[in-house]
Each structure stands twice: as C-alpha cells, then as structure tokens.
Design a protein around this ligand. Structure first.
Ligand SMILES: [Zn+2]
Ligand SMILES: [Zn+2]
Length: 283
C-alpha cells in the first residue's frame, strides 16, 4: 500500500529542497589528479582519490566539508591520477573503498594494506545502494585493467562522471543519456596535442581508442547524450600540456551553439580546475 504522506523519491519536488538533495563539487579534475565529491543527507562520497590525502583534505575544507565525514570512495581505475591516496583515505579516514576485482588487483601493490572490512567489490554494470543513493557503474574504453565510471542517482536526479575513455560507445551513451549533470572529459585540443612536445607513441596512446576524449570528441559525445533534464555540464580532465580551460570551453560551446543547443539557456557549461574545487552545488 502506498502511504501518501511519505514523499516518493524521484516523483515529487522532494529533491528541490536543499535538505534532501544530491550536492556535488568537482574537487579537482585534470591529468594531474581527479577527485569528485557527492553528498546526500546520509552519505558523503568521493569518486577517485588522485591527489595526496593532505591535498584532498584541503579541498574538502575549501567547500566547508571534512574528509573525516566521508564514508565511501568509488575508484574508477588504477592510474595514479585517480588512485593515488586510496590507501591513505581508507586507513587514516576509515573510508570504505569500492572498485572492481581487477582494479583491486592492479592497485594492491601501490596503495598499501586496506582493512578487509573496508574493501568492497563493485563490478561494471552493478549498482551499489547507499540509503537511496544508487551508484551505477559502467565500463569504458581506456588503457587500464578494467576501467569503469559511475552514474549517481538520488532523489530523482542523476549525475554522470565520465573521463578517461577513448570513445563513447552507443552502449555507454544509452546508460548515461539525459542525466541532470555531467562531469565529462575534454582532455586535449587535437592541434595542441599533434604539434606539442609529447613523443609520438604517447600521442598515439592519447588519440587511440583506449586513450582520452579530445575537446571535439567531448562535445560530440555530449550532444549525443544530453537531454531536457540536463542542467549542468562540467568540462573535466583537461591536460596541462595539451589544452587550456578557455579553449576547451570555447570549442565545446561553439560546436554546440552551431548545432542549436541552448548553451547557457538550457544548461550551464562549467569549468573545472586541477587545484581548486567547484562550488558545492545542489544538482
Ligand atoms: Zn586513466
Ligand atoms: Zn585520468
């Protein structure tokens, strides 16, 4: 029987109130380190820990939050810019860590000992439920052992984190369609990468199917997936060497405007920073 006095998550205006909504801050994003913070009234969660524990603590302070209060960390893959302080966060802050089995095996030697009761297995395609916050994992194409990214669902809203992929498949696009918010990869400007100082094998790696999305790739994929619900798009994982914030923003904005997407009317395009957190925002 449905109790009409109980607010039904996802159906009513519940998520509009600031006390029962998902809030997000991209604490840091870029080739040098990635951490995203998501909170609900009952959980404080990080996706990736690609900076030192000390730096993540500072970034948390900058948005008025305490790393001590974080309960869960979802790891996308073993690259250092995502997994650097997984061990520290588990041991020093008692945070539960979720990753798939292969990623666990890949980080085992790098992150030190993590208490067994804080280690959780979450395979691609599975959903972890945390009191109404559903964390849905999905596989990507990237040169790590078993990379997966996450879509967070809470109170009828959804937030997708997708960086570190060589392309966006139709299947991935189907999973992440019409989310309320995205943190989406714009790793490099094609010309800066091509003409830049990176050795050719590294350029090939980045440009390949298991590398990273360029600004143009990011814009094209975003136009495939965004929908009438989409209100916030964070451009993330910019390369320090092969991209610039203004260039990524301008490329995506102009490609979308050319195709009649309502940039800054229907949704906001937002920048991220490798060293500074975005405002903690209700999604
Ligand atoms: Zn990576
Ligand atoms: Zn990365």
């Amino acid at each position: 029987m449905i109790n009409l006095n109980t607010p039904q998550l996802g159906l009513g205006p519940v998520a509009e109130s600031s006390t029962d909504a998902m809030k997000i801050s991209v604490l840091a994003s870029g080739s040098s380190g990635n951490v995203t913070y998501i909170e609900t009234p009952t959980h404080k969660v990080l996706v990736d820990a690609g900076l030192s524990g000390k730096k993540i603590n500072e970034l948390m302070q900058s948005i008025g939050r305490d790393l001590q209060d974080v309960d869960s960390l979802f790891v996308t893959h073993e690259h250092t810019d995502h997994a650097k302080s997984v061990g520290v966060l588990a041991r020093k802050y008692g945070i539960n860590v979720y990753a798939n089995e292969k990623t666990w095996s890949a980080i085992a030697g790098k992150v030190g000992k993590i208490p067994l009761e804080q280690k959780f297995d979450l395979e691609a395609g599975e959903i972890q439920e945390l009191d109404g916050l559903d964390v849905q994992s999905f596989p990507v194409s990237h040169d790590a052992i078993d990379p997966q990214f996450y879509e967070m669902h809470y109170g009828g809203k959804s937030f997708v984190i997708l960086t570190d992929t060589g392309y966006v498949s139709e299947r991935m696009a189907g999973v992440i369609k019409n989310a309320d918010g995205y943190l989406f990869e714009c790793n490099h400007d094609m010309d800066m990468l091509r003409m830049g100082a990176y050795p050719w094998p590294l350029k090939q790696r980045i440009l390949g199917d298991t590398g990273h999305l360029s600004n143009e790739d990011g814009a094209n994929a975003l136009m495939e997936v965004l929908g009438n619900r989409t209100k916030r798009i964070y451009l993330g994982h910019l390369s320090r060497e092969n991209n610039m914030k203004a260039l990524a923003h301008l490329t995506v904005a102009s490609m979308m405007t050319e195709k009649d997407y309502g940039v800054e009317h229907d949704f906001h395009l937002l920048d991220t920073d490798p060293d500074a957190a975005t405002d903690l925002t209700i999604l």
